[in-house]
Design a protein around this ligand. Structure first.
Ligand SMILES: NC(=O)c1ccc[n+]([C@@H]2O[C@H](COP(=O)([O-])OP(=O)(O)OC[C@H]3O[C@@H](n4cnc5c(N)ncnc54)[C@H](OP(=O)(O)O)[C@@H]3O)[C@@H](O)[C@H]2O)c1
Length: 435
């Protein structure tokens, strides 16, 4: 892990921000309700009726009735996310047309027949006016690994999420999954299989970073997954070597290229510092923006001048480091606290000792759960989002088993009491010491 101690100066720079910017981003595309669903379709699962998110700016995860689907919307950009050979090169023929007109177009399928696009081939990203060609159907194509490209379902709070597709709307309306998948310490070549496995297991948020040097591998896994771009929530971070607005833009573009995508769902500043480059790229490049490793002091400093508040703050948070003040500050200001190192940190080899804490063991026994599940559930019930990392499919599955039980307030308190203020990540360095 690079040494963040080099950040020293006392002044944070926040260049003037353009006003009136909506950073809301759709995730997804609904289906085409007015189209008949083909019987031989490889279309990913039924269209779920997601809970409507009040007062959001069109997350695209909301109601998907035919009324809500913009058949007359003009398509700005078409993106092929399918590995199907007949859709494997970018098709611009839909660009500039309405969705309705595009559905009338024909293309050559795997058998060489001229057929119209169908609901199984198309997905429309409301916010980006972007059409995804995802399907291609027909048996000669490999089946998508994850059957259901289910839309994210909005819940009011982290603990109310009911699956890996369950998310909470950030303050700009974008729904972010509560339980994501971490990729720290995996190289480009190491990361492809675990992210593939994680997507197969149903994880929808993948957390990577410029400094992890694995964005290329993450992108490869996304493309291989058979999922549409809009089904996946990508979070990446700008490292301190790219602080400063112009450098940050450059880094963001590099990340887009490495990931092989045309937008990032959540772009965050990895480490506080004097010239962080706030505001971060947003709009077409990033749906939401945030920070990581920011203390209350850093947040207050940033919020003095910024017009767009960070939407999340990803920080170390576990029973040994219950960051109560920071959590309360974030909650008060509508900033989601995304916990990392929930299981003891990949840095410190502490995972086993977390599982052996008596209150964790007692709760695990009482609920018929594992220590890892209790630790993650505890964080969720505190109001945090989590991004557990594992290279093992059985553990990925285990870490996803956190939606069907509830810790009692006595169990929560007993785990809270384990707090010692110990940090395991970043060699124990408290980011608050960075100016
Ligand atoms: N913003 C930041 O500065 C920052 C810093 C650190 C981490 N993060 C992010 O947060 C993610 C999570 O943090 P982390 O990777 O440090 O730690 P973690 O999720 O707490 O995982 C710690 C270790 O626990 C093991 N593990 C996972 N599931 C398990 C289970 N069910 N039972 C037993 N052991 C299990 C994993 O080993 P195996 O892989 O061998 O299963 C992993 O190495 C990172 O991957 C990264 O995306 C961000």
């Amino acid at each position: 892990m690079p040494d963040p101690r080099q950040s020293r100066s006392a002044v944070m720079q926040h260049p003037a921000e353009p006003t009136g910017v909506s950073v809301s981003l759709s995730g997804l595309a609904a289906g085409m309700p007015s189209m008949k669903r083909p019987s031989s379709s490889t279309e990913a699962g039924p269209i779920k009726k997601a809970k409507k998110v009040a007062s959001t700016t069109g997350t695209g995860f909301t109601a998907q009735s035919s009324n809500a689907f913009p058949m007359d919307a003009t398509i700005k950009r078409t993106e092929v996310t399918s590995s199907s050979s007949h859709l494997n090169k970018r098709s611009d023929q839909c660009d500039g047309l309405s969705v309705r007109q595009c559905l009338e177009l024909k293309y050559r399928n795997a058998k060489g027949e001229s057929v119209p696009y169908t609901r199984s081939d198309l997905r429309y990203d409301l916010q980006h006016k972007r059409l995804e060609l995802v399907g291609g159907s027909k048996a000669s194509q490999p089946a998508p690994i994850a059957k259901a490209s289910s839309p994210l379902v909005a819940a009011k709070q982290a603990a109310a999420a009911t699956s890996l597709s369950g998310g909470v709307p950030l303050h700009n309306g974008i729904v972010m999954p509560v339980v994501g998948f971490g990729t720290y310490k995996m190289s480009n070549s190491d990361v492809v299989q675990p992210v593939t496995d994680a997507l197969k297991a149903g994880y929808r948020l993948i957390d990577t970073a410029q400094v992890y040097e694995n964005e290329k591998g993450v992108g490869e896994a996304l493309r291989n997954s058979g999922l549409g771009r809009g089904d996946i929530f990508l979070e990446t971070k700008v490292w301190r070597s790219s602080h400063g607005y112009d450098r940050t833009i450059k880094a963001c573009n590099q990340s887009l290229r490495k990931l092989g995508v045309d937008y990032i769902d959540l772009y965050v500043i990895h480490w506080p510092g004097p010239k962080t480059g706030w505001p971060l790229p947003r709009g077409p490049e990033a749906g939401a923006i945030g920070v990581t490793n920011y203390s209350v002091r850093h947040l207050k400093q940033l919020m003095k001048t910024c017009k767009i508040k960070p939407m999340i703050n990803q920080v170390e948070f576990h029973p040994r480091l219950v960051q109560k003040e920071l959590l309360e500050f974030c909650q008060k200001h509508g900033i989601v606290l995304q916990a990392y190192a929930s299981l003891g940190s990949g840095d410190a080899s502490q995972a086993e000792s977390f599982f052996s804490f008596p209150p964790v063991k007692v709760a695990a026994k009482a609920h018929g759960k594992t220590g890892a599940q209790v630790l993650l559930r505890w964080a969720m019930q505190k109001g945090c989002h989590v991004v557990p990392k594992s290279v093992r499919p059985e553990r990925m599955k285990e870490n996803a088993g956190v939606f069907n039980f509830k810790l009692s307030s006595a169990e929560m308190k007993a785990i809270d009491a384990l707090h010692t203020g110990t940090r395991y990540a970043w060699k124990g360095l408290d980011p608050d010491t960075v100016e």
